[in-house]
Ligand binder design. Structure first.
Ligand SMILES: Nc1ncnc2c1ncn2[C@@H]1O[C@H](COP(=O)(O)OP(=O)(O)OP(=O)(O)O)[C@@H](O)[C@H]1O
Ligand SMILES: [Mg+2]
Length: 368
Protein backbone atom coordinates (compact mmCIF):
# COMPACT_ATOMS: atom_id res chain seq x y z
CA UNK A 1 0.00 0.00 0.00
CA UNK A 2 1.48 3.34 -1.08
CA UNK A 3 1.32 6.24 1.33
CA UNK A 4 2.25 9.90 1.16
CA UNK A 5 4.79 9.35 3.93
CA UNK A 6 6.58 6.65 1.97
CA UNK A 7 6.82 8.85 -1.08
CA UNK A 8 7.96 11.83 0.95
CA UNK A 9 10.78 10.01 2.63
CA UNK A 10 11.83 8.40 -0.64
CA UNK A 11 12.00 11.77 -2.40
CA UNK A 12 14.22 12.96 0.42
CA UNK A 13 16.37 9.86 0.21
CA UNK A 14 17.04 10.33 -3.52
CA UNK A 15 17.63 14.04 -2.90
CA UNK A 16 15.04 15.49 -5.23
CA UNK A 17 12.65 16.82 -2.61
CA UNK A 18 13.76 20.39 -3.30
CA UNK A 19 12.66 19.99 -6.95
CA UNK A 20 9.19 18.75 -6.06
CA UNK A 21 6.38 21.31 -5.83
CA UNK A 22 3.67 18.91 -4.82
CA UNK A 23 2.66 15.28 -4.97
CA UNK A 24 -0.38 13.11 -4.46
CA UNK A 25 -0.88 9.42 -3.87
CA UNK A 26 -4.05 7.76 -5.16
CA UNK A 27 -4.00 4.00 -4.79
CA UNK A 28 -0.94 2.86 -6.66
CA UNK A 29 -0.72 6.05 -8.71
CA UNK A 30 1.81 8.63 -7.55
CA UNK A 31 1.41 12.11 -9.06
CA UNK A 32 4.45 14.35 -8.83
CA UNK A 33 4.92 17.91 -10.11
CA UNK A 34 8.53 18.91 -10.22
CA UNK A 35 10.94 21.40 -11.83
CA UNK A 36 14.08 20.42 -13.70
CA UNK A 37 17.41 22.14 -13.03
CA UNK A 38 17.63 23.26 -16.66
CA UNK A 39 15.06 23.95 -19.39
CA UNK A 40 16.99 21.74 -21.84
CA UNK A 41 14.84 18.88 -23.13
CA UNK A 42 17.55 16.34 -22.45
CA UNK A 43 17.77 17.42 -18.82
CA UNK A 44 14.05 16.92 -18.36
CA UNK A 45 14.23 13.58 -20.12
CA UNK A 46 17.16 12.51 -17.94
CA UNK A 47 15.26 13.46 -14.80
CA UNK A 48 12.17 11.60 -15.96
CA UNK A 49 14.09 8.41 -16.72
CA UNK A 50 15.97 8.59 -13.42
CA UNK A 51 12.76 9.14 -11.42
CA UNK A 52 10.94 6.28 -13.14
CA UNK A 53 13.85 3.93 -12.55
CA UNK A 54 14.22 4.92 -8.92
CA UNK A 55 10.51 4.43 -8.22
CA UNK A 56 10.37 1.09 -10.04
CA UNK A 57 13.36 -0.22 -8.11
CA UNK A 58 12.04 0.95 -4.75
CA UNK A 59 8.32 0.22 -5.05
CA UNK A 60 8.05 -2.32 -7.90
CA UNK A 61 6.25 -2.21 -11.22
CA UNK A 62 2.73 -1.92 -9.72
CA UNK A 63 3.30 1.64 -8.63
CA UNK A 64 2.63 4.04 -11.51
CA UNK A 65 4.51 7.29 -11.46
CA UNK A 66 2.67 10.17 -13.15
CA UNK A 67 5.29 12.79 -13.51
CA UNK A 68 4.99 16.40 -14.66
CA UNK A 69 8.34 18.11 -15.16
CA UNK A 70 8.37 21.88 -15.66
CA UNK A 71 11.19 24.14 -16.82
CA UNK A 72 12.75 26.42 -14.23
CA UNK A 73 11.98 30.13 -14.40
CA UNK A 74 14.83 32.00 -16.12
CA UNK A 75 15.93 33.54 -12.83
CA UNK A 76 16.23 30.12 -11.25
CA UNK A 77 18.81 28.94 -13.76
CA UNK A 78 22.22 28.78 -12.22
CA UNK A 79 24.21 31.55 -13.82
CA UNK A 80 27.33 29.72 -12.76
CA UNK A 81 26.81 27.11 -15.45
CA UNK A 82 28.05 29.44 -18.13
CA UNK A 83 31.01 31.77 -17.76
CA UNK A 84 33.69 33.49 -19.72
CA UNK A 85 34.58 36.45 -21.83
CA UNK A 86 32.03 37.84 -24.26
CA UNK A 87 33.11 38.75 -27.76
CA UNK A 88 31.87 42.27 -28.34
CA UNK A 89 29.58 42.63 -31.36
CA UNK A 90 28.89 38.93 -31.82
CA UNK A 91 25.34 37.97 -30.86
CA UNK A 92 25.17 34.23 -31.38
CA UNK A 93 27.94 31.71 -31.82
CA UNK A 94 26.80 28.41 -33.21
CA UNK A 95 29.07 25.39 -33.36
CA UNK A 96 28.39 23.01 -36.23
CA UNK A 97 29.53 19.64 -35.04
CA UNK A 98 29.29 15.90 -35.35
CA UNK A 99 31.27 13.07 -33.79
CA UNK A 100 31.83 11.73 -37.29
CA UNK A 101 33.98 12.86 -40.22
CA UNK A 102 32.74 13.43 -43.73
CA UNK A 103 29.05 13.78 -42.88
CA UNK A 104 28.87 17.23 -44.44
CA UNK A 105 29.55 19.67 -41.57
CA UNK A 106 31.45 22.11 -43.76
CA UNK A 107 28.91 21.88 -46.57
CA UNK A 108 26.07 22.45 -44.12
CA UNK A 109 27.96 25.35 -42.48
CA UNK A 110 28.51 27.04 -45.85
CA UNK A 111 24.88 26.66 -46.92
CA UNK A 112 23.46 27.76 -43.57
CA UNK A 113 25.73 30.80 -43.61
CA UNK A 114 24.67 31.88 -47.09
CA UNK A 115 21.01 31.25 -46.27
CA UNK A 116 21.28 33.42 -43.15
CA UNK A 117 23.05 36.14 -45.14
CA UNK A 118 20.31 36.01 -47.79
CA UNK A 119 17.77 36.44 -45.01
CA UNK A 120 19.49 39.70 -44.14
CA UNK A 121 21.54 38.63 -41.13
CA UNK A 122 25.17 39.58 -40.60
CA UNK A 123 27.05 36.31 -40.73
CA UNK A 124 30.56 35.07 -40.12
CA UNK A 125 32.09 31.64 -40.47
CA UNK A 126 35.07 30.47 -38.47
CA UNK A 127 36.73 27.42 -39.96
CA UNK A 128 37.93 25.63 -36.83
CA UNK A 129 39.22 22.70 -38.82
CA UNK A 130 42.88 23.53 -38.36
CA UNK A 131 44.03 20.23 -39.84
CA UNK A 132 41.77 20.09 -42.87
CA UNK A 133 40.24 23.51 -43.59
CA UNK A 134 37.59 23.40 -46.31
CA UNK A 135 35.82 26.76 -46.01
CA UNK A 136 38.23 28.55 -48.44
CA UNK A 137 37.34 25.99 -51.15
CA UNK A 138 33.62 26.05 -50.41
CA UNK A 139 33.55 29.85 -50.72
CA UNK A 140 35.90 30.06 -53.71
CA UNK A 141 38.40 32.08 -51.70
CA UNK A 142 41.42 29.77 -51.79
CA UNK A 143 43.80 32.53 -52.86
CA UNK A 144 42.42 35.21 -50.54
CA UNK A 145 44.57 36.69 -47.79
CA UNK A 146 43.09 38.43 -44.76
CA UNK A 147 44.32 42.02 -44.54
CA UNK A 148 45.48 43.64 -41.36
CA UNK A 149 43.46 46.57 -40.00
CA UNK A 150 44.11 48.89 -37.11
CA UNK A 151 41.27 49.25 -34.67
CA UNK A 152 41.76 51.18 -31.42
CA UNK A 153 45.52 50.92 -31.89
CA UNK A 154 45.40 47.14 -32.25
CA UNK A 155 46.30 45.22 -35.38
CA UNK A 156 43.46 42.90 -36.25
CA UNK A 157 42.83 40.40 -39.05
CA UNK A 158 40.13 41.45 -41.45
CA UNK A 159 38.02 38.42 -42.40
CA UNK A 160 37.77 37.45 -46.06
CA UNK A 161 34.32 38.02 -47.51
CA UNK A 162 32.23 36.34 -50.22
CA UNK A 163 28.50 35.87 -50.84
CA UNK A 164 27.83 38.24 -47.95
CA UNK A 165 29.64 36.03 -45.43
CA UNK A 166 32.79 36.93 -43.52
CA UNK A 167 35.26 34.10 -43.05
CA UNK A 168 38.48 33.18 -41.34
CA UNK A 169 40.30 29.92 -41.83
CA UNK A 170 43.82 28.67 -41.23
CA UNK A 171 43.74 27.94 -44.98
CA UNK A 172 44.14 31.69 -45.68
CA UNK A 173 47.50 31.85 -43.93
CA UNK A 174 50.81 30.93 -45.43
CA UNK A 175 51.68 28.52 -42.63
CA UNK A 176 48.63 26.40 -43.40
CA UNK A 177 50.69 23.42 -44.54
CA UNK A 178 52.60 23.31 -41.29
CA UNK A 179 49.39 23.44 -39.31
CA UNK A 180 48.83 19.77 -40.07
CA UNK A 181 51.56 18.84 -37.60
CA UNK A 182 50.54 21.30 -34.88
CA UNK A 183 49.70 19.86 -31.54
CA UNK A 184 46.64 20.86 -29.54
CA UNK A 185 48.01 24.00 -27.83
CA UNK A 186 49.33 25.52 -31.08
CA UNK A 187 46.13 24.76 -32.87
CA UNK A 188 43.98 26.31 -30.20
CA UNK A 189 46.21 29.38 -30.05
CA UNK A 190 45.72 29.93 -33.78
CA UNK A 191 42.03 29.44 -33.35
CA UNK A 192 41.87 31.89 -30.52
CA UNK A 193 43.58 34.52 -32.61
CA UNK A 194 41.10 34.04 -35.41
CA UNK A 195 38.30 34.57 -32.94
CA UNK A 196 39.60 37.37 -30.76
CA UNK A 197 42.24 39.16 -32.84
CA UNK A 198 39.91 39.58 -35.79
CA UNK A 199 37.79 42.49 -36.93
CA UNK A 200 34.52 40.59 -37.20
CA UNK A 201 32.50 43.73 -36.58
CA UNK A 202 28.82 43.33 -35.74
CA UNK A 203 27.58 39.78 -36.36
CA UNK A 204 24.19 38.24 -35.75
CA UNK A 205 25.69 34.81 -36.21
CA UNK A 206 29.15 33.35 -36.11
CA UNK A 207 29.04 29.76 -37.34
CA UNK A 208 31.97 27.63 -36.23
CA UNK A 209 32.75 24.69 -38.51
CA UNK A 210 34.29 22.15 -36.15
CA UNK A 211 36.61 19.35 -37.18
CA UNK A 212 35.34 15.77 -36.76
CA UNK A 213 35.63 14.07 -33.40
CA UNK A 214 35.56 15.20 -29.83
CA UNK A 215 39.20 16.13 -29.24
CA UNK A 216 41.39 19.01 -28.13
CA UNK A 217 40.03 21.54 -30.60
CA UNK A 218 36.50 20.96 -29.43
CA UNK A 219 37.44 21.38 -25.81
CA UNK A 220 39.44 24.47 -26.63
CA UNK A 221 36.55 26.08 -28.49
CA UNK A 222 34.14 25.23 -25.75
CA UNK A 223 36.45 26.66 -23.13
CA UNK A 224 37.45 29.81 -24.92
CA UNK A 225 34.48 30.71 -27.06
CA UNK A 226 31.09 31.60 -25.70
CA UNK A 227 29.16 29.12 -27.82
CA UNK A 228 25.43 29.85 -27.74
CA UNK A 229 24.36 26.48 -29.07
CA UNK A 230 25.44 23.50 -31.11
CA UNK A 231 23.95 22.13 -34.30
CA UNK A 232 24.73 18.49 -34.89
CA UNK A 233 25.08 17.09 -38.39
CA UNK A 234 24.55 13.41 -39.09
CA UNK A 235 23.88 11.10 -42.00
CA UNK A 236 21.19 8.46 -41.54
CA UNK A 237 23.62 5.55 -41.34
CA UNK A 238 23.78 3.75 -38.02
CA UNK A 239 27.54 3.96 -37.77
CA UNK A 240 27.35 7.71 -38.14
CA UNK A 241 24.58 7.86 -35.57
CA UNK A 242 26.64 6.05 -32.93
CA UNK A 243 29.46 8.56 -33.36
CA UNK A 244 27.05 11.42 -33.43
CA UNK A 245 25.70 10.33 -30.06
CA UNK A 246 29.20 10.81 -28.67
CA UNK A 247 29.35 14.25 -30.26
CA UNK A 248 26.07 15.24 -28.68
CA UNK A 249 27.07 13.77 -25.33
CA UNK A 250 30.10 16.06 -25.26
CA UNK A 251 27.94 19.18 -25.42
CA UNK A 252 25.51 17.77 -22.90
CA UNK A 253 28.13 16.87 -20.29
CA UNK A 254 27.18 18.48 -17.02
CA UNK A 255 30.36 20.53 -16.89
CA UNK A 256 29.96 21.82 -20.46
CA UNK A 257 26.22 22.05 -20.89
CA UNK A 258 25.99 23.80 -24.24
CA UNK A 259 22.42 23.63 -25.52
CA UNK A 260 22.08 21.42 -28.57
CA UNK A 261 19.81 23.39 -30.88
CA UNK A 262 19.02 20.36 -32.98
CA UNK A 263 20.09 17.78 -35.47
CA UNK A 264 20.44 18.25 -39.22
CA UNK A 265 20.25 15.03 -41.16
CA UNK A 266 22.45 15.37 -44.23
CA UNK A 267 22.35 13.05 -47.23
CA UNK A 268 18.96 12.04 -45.88
CA UNK A 269 17.66 10.72 -49.18
CA UNK A 270 18.80 10.72 -52.77
CA UNK A 271 17.05 12.86 -55.34
CA UNK A 272 18.19 12.48 -58.96
CA UNK A 273 18.38 15.70 -60.95
CA UNK A 274 15.96 14.40 -63.59
CA UNK A 275 13.33 13.35 -60.98
CA UNK A 276 13.44 16.19 -58.43
CA UNK A 277 10.35 15.02 -56.58
CA UNK A 278 11.52 11.43 -56.03
CA UNK A 279 13.13 10.49 -52.77
CA UNK A 280 15.23 7.33 -52.34
CA UNK A 281 16.20 6.54 -48.76
CA UNK A 282 19.40 4.72 -49.60
CA UNK A 283 20.93 5.00 -46.12
CA UNK A 284 17.73 4.05 -44.30
CA UNK A 285 14.78 6.08 -43.21
CA UNK A 286 14.23 8.20 -40.09
CA UNK A 287 17.47 7.25 -38.32
CA UNK A 288 18.05 10.83 -37.20
CA UNK A 289 14.42 11.18 -36.21
CA UNK A 290 14.73 8.24 -33.79
CA UNK A 291 18.03 9.49 -32.40
CA UNK A 292 16.64 12.99 -31.92
CA UNK A 293 13.52 11.70 -30.20
CA UNK A 294 15.59 9.46 -27.99
CA UNK A 295 17.79 12.37 -26.90
CA UNK A 296 15.00 14.92 -26.72
CA UNK A 297 16.41 17.29 -29.34
CA UNK A 298 14.62 18.54 -32.45
CA UNK A 299 15.41 17.60 -36.05
CA UNK A 300 16.01 20.93 -37.78
CA UNK A 301 16.05 19.62 -41.31
CA UNK A 302 16.65 16.77 -43.71
CA UNK A 303 19.01 17.66 -46.54
CA UNK A 304 18.92 15.42 -49.61
CA UNK A 305 21.95 13.87 -51.24
CA UNK A 306 22.14 15.79 -54.48
CA UNK A 307 24.93 15.77 -56.99
CA UNK A 308 24.75 19.54 -57.37
CA UNK A 309 25.47 20.02 -53.64
CA UNK A 310 28.82 18.29 -54.04
CA UNK A 311 29.55 20.07 -57.30
CA UNK A 312 28.74 23.47 -55.84
CA UNK A 313 30.96 22.71 -52.85
CA UNK A 314 33.83 21.82 -55.16
CA UNK A 315 33.53 24.95 -57.29
CA UNK A 316 33.07 27.19 -54.25
CA UNK A 317 29.51 28.35 -54.77
CA UNK A 318 27.20 26.97 -52.05
CA UNK A 319 24.18 25.19 -53.57
CA UNK A 320 21.64 27.50 -51.92
CA UNK A 321 22.78 30.26 -54.25
CA UNK A 322 20.68 28.56 -56.94
CA UNK A 323 17.64 30.69 -56.28
CA UNK A 324 14.24 29.02 -56.24
CA UNK A 325 15.81 25.53 -56.21
CA UNK A 326 14.58 22.66 -54.01
CA UNK A 327 17.81 22.79 -52.10
CA UNK A 328 17.45 26.51 -51.35
CA UNK A 329 13.93 25.76 -50.12
CA UNK A 330 15.11 22.92 -47.84
CA UNK A 331 17.85 25.11 -46.39
CA UNK A 332 15.50 28.03 -45.78
CA UNK A 333 13.22 25.76 -43.75
CA UNK A 334 16.17 24.26 -41.86
CA UNK A 335 17.60 27.70 -41.09
CA UNK A 336 14.23 28.95 -39.86
CA UNK A 337 14.01 25.94 -37.55
CA UNK A 338 17.50 26.64 -36.25
CA UNK A 339 16.60 30.25 -35.51
CA UNK A 340 13.40 29.06 -33.79
CA UNK A 341 15.40 26.73 -31.59
CA UNK A 342 17.86 29.51 -30.81
CA UNK A 343 15.11 31.93 -29.83
CA UNK A 344 13.76 29.31 -27.42
CA UNK A 345 17.24 28.83 -26.02
CA UNK A 346 17.87 32.55 -25.60
CA UNK A 347 14.65 32.93 -23.63
CA UNK A 348 16.01 30.72 -20.90
CA UNK A 349 19.74 31.11 -20.73
CA UNK A 350 22.03 34.07 -20.27
CA UNK A 351 23.62 35.52 -23.43
CA UNK A 352 26.68 34.06 -25.01
CA UNK A 353 29.34 33.45 -22.44
CA UNK A 354 32.08 30.87 -22.65
CA UNK A 355 31.65 27.74 -20.63
CA UNK A 356 34.00 27.23 -17.78
CA UNK A 357 35.01 23.62 -17.60
CA UNK A 358 35.24 22.62 -14.00
CA UNK A 359 35.70 18.89 -14.02
CA UNK A 360 35.57 16.59 -16.96
CA UNK A 361 35.51 12.90 -16.31
CA UNK A 362 38.13 11.18 -18.40
CA UNK A 363 39.69 14.22 -20.04
CA UNK A 364 42.04 16.92 -18.96
CA UNK A 365 42.33 19.78 -21.43
CA UNK A 366 46.01 19.96 -22.43
CA UNK A 367 45.88 23.48 -23.71
CA UNK A 368 45.37 25.32 -20.46
N1 LIG B 1 23.81 16.73 -49.25
C1 LIG B 1 24.87 16.42 -49.99
N2 LIG B 1 24.75 15.95 -51.26
C2 LIG B 1 25.85 15.63 -51.99
N3 LIG B 1 27.11 15.71 -51.57
C3 LIG B 1 27.30 16.19 -50.32
C4 LIG B 1 26.22 16.56 -49.47
N4 LIG B 1 26.72 17.01 -48.29
C5 LIG B 1 28.07 16.92 -48.40
N5 LIG B 1 28.42 16.41 -49.60
C6 LIG B 1 29.79 16.12 -50.08
O1 LIG B 1 30.37 15.20 -49.18
C7 LIG B 1 31.77 15.48 -48.98
C8 LIG B 1 32.04 15.70 -47.49
O2 LIG B 1 31.38 16.89 -47.07
P1 LIG B 1 32.04 17.91 -46.04
O3 LIG B 1 33.45 18.19 -46.41
O4 LIG B 1 31.10 19.03 -45.90
O5 LIG B 1 31.99 17.00 -44.73
P2 LIG B 1 32.62 17.29 -43.29
O6 LIG B 1 31.75 16.64 -42.30
O7 LIG B 1 32.89 18.73 -43.14
O8 LIG B 1 33.99 16.51 -43.42
P3 LIG B 1 35.24 16.58 -42.37
O9 LIG B 1 34.84 15.69 -41.25
O10 LIG B 1 36.37 16.04 -43.18
O11 LIG B 1 35.40 18.00 -41.97
C9 LIG B 1 32.05 16.69 -49.84
O12 LIG B 1 32.58 16.26 -51.07
C10 LIG B 1 30.68 17.34 -50.06
O13 LIG B 1 30.61 18.06 -51.27
MG1 LIG C 1 34.69 19.77 -42.65
Amino acid sequence: MMTKEKVQSFLKEIEVDDLVQNFQVMGNDVYIDMTAHSPAMHEKKKLEVAMKQAFATEFGEDVVLKLKIASPEPSEIQQSQIKGKQIPGIQNIIAIASGKGGVGKSTVTANLAVTLANMGFKVGVLDADIYGPSIPTMFDTVDAKPLSVQIDGKNLMKPVENYGVKMLSIGYFSGANQAVVWRGPMASKALNQMIRDAAWGELDFLLVDLPPGTGDIHLSIIQEVPVTGAVIVSTPQHVALADVRKGIAMFQMESINIPVLGLIENMSYFTPAELPDNKYYIFGNQGAQFLAEDLGIPVLGEIPLIQSIRESGDVGRPAVLQEGSKIAEVYTKTTQNMIGSLVERNKFLPPTEAVKITTMAGCSPKNK
